[in-house]
Design a protein around this ligand. Structure first.
Ligand code: ADP
Ligand code: MG
Length: 722
């Protein structure tokens, strides 16, 4: 029957409203749970502070004596907050975070207890890492991995149901120093990008050049549904999305939810959630309703990429946790509901330093304009050469439902510049800017373009990778994904392109060319080779899908099964190896882990489809048929005609569904795959196809079976009941 569904609705309707917590002044709570530089300055001697400040800004190792002093101050600060445990928090190759808690406590021979936290405990931890995916990286060595403090990301206190814990952001590696996580490649990609950028800027005549870093601002979309529905929907609970469900009579057709008033219960949640973020030093900046009913977005202000990536993981954790406290289930899946917009995570990215500023900002002076053109050109080259890599780093079973489905960017990687900037690059390519380049300064007046491109009215929402005035916005990233993969890919492709540019520029300058002329010549060559990646039209259109592939030679990569093999391609292996970001074995381990995750998630979903179809949906259809049959019998006795159409439809749909279930079960038995690639293809095509087939019949049944017999919460209930 549908007791659990009814129960859910009953619970929701009779819910006592959540207490609204009194809003706190930002100045009172901002970063109060973070052991940041300001707190260290208070707690440490001048000389110790100077050392830790340098370490936290550059990642340089700390001497053991200072590490002890810092650890002691950190413990002191944390214990005052009632903290008894600490944990290195790290970012394994899954999209999750991992932690292992240790107490500060030690006992003395006299039976007393004291607390201890030394520099070496701060700096290094040894979790039993054997349960984390390592993609064969640790099979050859001892099974253990170890964590090491990343001083460029501040420690903080996390308050949970289990009490408060001091969290220490860390890297996770094997004994032989191989990266087992998502943080090490990100740090390495920053430094590869810095090395290459330094070369280009030097050649551009810049004298003082501070270390460059990448920045990231991530816009997070998510759904909230009442937690009570999870009881009647094992798919929501275990797969994070609905595997069945007919569209509601009212969907998002009216677009009345976008930027609409935020439902009050959600508002209470948001305020609580954002206060928690502020305490953790996460600069929550904007929030609003999204396109779909029940869908929302939060975007923190941008930060250094490494910190932003840690904060993004923390944000997802805090969001899920807070939602639970408010009786919501927070869905980060890319496509929780069929037929309704999915969720993405726009990753806004730029690179810069304190001396030259943001290199993706055209700037106001002619020289800044030239620097900008080179860096932006480097991105164009990167997207063109490494489009398949950009597609691979956003590949997941969840994101496959979204990409290319006319609601999110297509599965073809191109770059959008805006009309004016595209014109500038085309003029360079066509040789129209040559004359201006001879001698003196060349003012391209790019700050005009900047103002224009920043205008949101001009944004191209159909592009997966768009220039938005002073940064690029990678719009194809999935809502559940870590931002690290995309950031690593972007930094690394930029490093590669800047190295290429530096080489060309140096040759031209050594050959006696004028700097302006040399820059334009390099960009002309770059555009001739890679201009095909620039596209300003409608990315959703059929014409583009055809032209991109046939005329431009770009790749359309629809599924994760098609995308992940890019990690094994020669260009990508060389890219990561030459920049020092990932060795070939480290890269191979990524392919192994990500493909395994893809395989597992499709298999879990497929098994759930079989189970739910057999044990919930089929019985509902049978009960309804039984009641129709007994009614027909009774009416027959009374000599009244009874139409058999509905019974016939329900019977044939139920039969057809079970036939598809049988095929799906058989498909799940298959084991003899020649390669991982082949296994993924089988899941992407055959298994997903059969899952859709089962669903189509089940969704038809939902429209036929009596409402009070339907076991699963319906779309209209999950999306509209708040
Ligand atoms: P929109 O929805 O118009 O794209 P939002 O304001 O929701 O814009 O989000 C834009 C994101 O980009 C924010 O996180 C913002 O802080 C970030 N951002 C702004 N400037 C930069 C920059 N130079 N580098 C990286 N991120 C940036
Ligand atoms: Mg955006």
């Amino acid at each position: 029957g549908n007791e659990s569904r009814q129960q859910a609705i009953h619970q929701i309707t009779n819910r006592t409203p959540m207490d609204v917590k009194e809003p706190k002044a930002l100045s009172k709570i901002w970063a109060c749970d973070v052991f940041n530089l300001a707190k260290m300055e208070e707690a440490l001697s001048k000389s110790a502070y100077k050392k830790i400040k340098k370490t936290s800004q550059t990642g340089e190792p700390l001497d053991p004596a200072t590490a002890d002093v810092v650890a002691a101050a950190m413990k002191e600060w944390a214990t005052k907050k009632g903290v008894k445990f600490f944990s290195h928090i790290f970012y394994p190759m899954t999209n999750a975070t991992a932690e292992k808690h240790d107490g500060f406590i030690i006992t003395t021979p006299e039976g007393n207890c004291i607390t201890e936290f030394t520099g070496s405990l701060l700096i290094k931890g040894e979790p039993d890492g054997s349960s984390f995916p390592n993609g064969s990286l640790r099979m050859t060595n001892a099974a253990r991995g170890y964590t090491a403090w990343d001083p460029t990301s501040p420690a903080y206190v996390m308050q949970t149901d289990n009490g408060a814990t001091l969290m220490i952001p860390s890297v996770f590696m094997s004994w032989t120093g191989e990266a087992l996580d998502k943080k090490i490649p990100l740090l390495r990609s920053n430094s590869a990008m810095n090395d290459a950028a330094q070369k280009v800027l030097k050649l551009m005549g810049e004298e003082e050049i501070a270390t460059l870093n990448s920045s990231c601002g991530a816009e997070q979309e998510y759904f909230l549904v009442d937690a009570n529905f999870a009881n009647s929907r094992p798919d929501l609970l275990l797969a994070g999305r609905t595997l069945f469900g007919a569209p509601a009579a009212k969907g998002q057709e009216f677009d009345d939810h976008y930027f609409g008033a935020i439902p009050s219960r959600v508002q209470v949640f948001m305020q609580d959630f954002e206060d928690k973020l502020y305490r953790l030093g996460i600069p929550a900046k904007t929030h609003h309703n999204e396109v779909a009913p029940g869908q929302f977005e939060i975007a923190p202000y941008f930060e250094a990429a490494n910190v932003a990536a840690d904060h993004q993981q923390l944000l997802m954790t805090v969001m899920k946790m807070t939602a639970k406290e408010h009786g919501f289930l927070c869905l980060l899946h890319e496509k929780p509901f069929a037929g309704i917009n999915g969720s993405g995570k726009h990753v806004n990215w730029s690179v810069g330093n304190p001396t030259q500023g943001n290199l993706l900002d055209p700037g106001k002076t002619p020289n800044e304009n030239l620097n900008f053109l080179l860096f932006c050109g480097a991105v164009i080259r990167g997207v063109h050469l490494y489009g398949p890599l950009l597609r691979a780093v956003i590949a997941s079973a969840g994101n496959d439902h979204r990409l290319g489905a006319n609601e999110a960017p297509p599965a073809i990687l191109s770059v959008y510049l805006g009309d004016q900037l595209e014109q500038v690059y085309n003029d360079i390519k066509d040789g129209k800017l040559e004359a201006v380049a001879e001698g003196g300064e060349m003012d391209l007046g790019l700050d005009q373009i900047l103002n224009f491109t920043r205008d949101p009215g001009d944004r191209n929402r159909t592009s997966p990778f768009a220039f938005t005035g002073n940064r690029f916005e990678f719009r194809a990233v999935g809502s559940a994904q870590s931002v690290s993969g995309p950031l690593v890919a972007m930094n690394t492709m930029l490093a590669d392109s800047l190295n290429w540019i530096a080489e060309k520029l140096e040759a031209a300058l050594n050959g006696g060319a004028d700097r302006n002329a040399a820059v334009i010549a390099v960009l002309k060559e770059l555009m001739e080779l890679h201009g095909n990646a620039v596209f300003g039209g409608d990315g959703y259109s059929d014409e583009w899908h055809k032209a991109a592939v046939e005329e431009r030679g770009l790749k359309n990569i629809p599924t994760t099964a098609d995308a992940l093999p890019a990690f094994n391609s020669e260009e990508v292996i060389k890219l990561f190896d030459s920049t020092g970001v990932l060795s070939p074995v480290e890269l191979a381990s990524r392919y192994e882990v990500y493909s395994e995750q893809y395989i597992l998630s499709i298999e879990v979903e497929a098994k759930l489809v079989v189970e739910m179809a057999k044990t919930s949906i089929y019985p509902a259809a049978v009960s309804y048929l039984a009641s129709l049959a007994s009614t027909a019998d009774d009416l027959k006795d009374m000599g009244i005609d009874f139409d058999k159409t509905t019974a016939a439809t329900v019977a044939s749909e139920a039969n057809a569904m079970m036939a598809a279930v049988a095929k799906l079960s058989a498909a799940l038995e298959k084991e003899d795959f020649a390669s991982t690639d082949e296994h993924m293809q089988f899941l992407a095509n055959d298994v997903r196809g059969l899952m859709d087939e089962v669903r189509a019949h089940a969704d038809t049944l939902e429209g036929e079976v009596a409402d009070d017999m339907w076991p699963l919460a319906k779309y209209r209930e999950m999306l509209f009941i708040k």
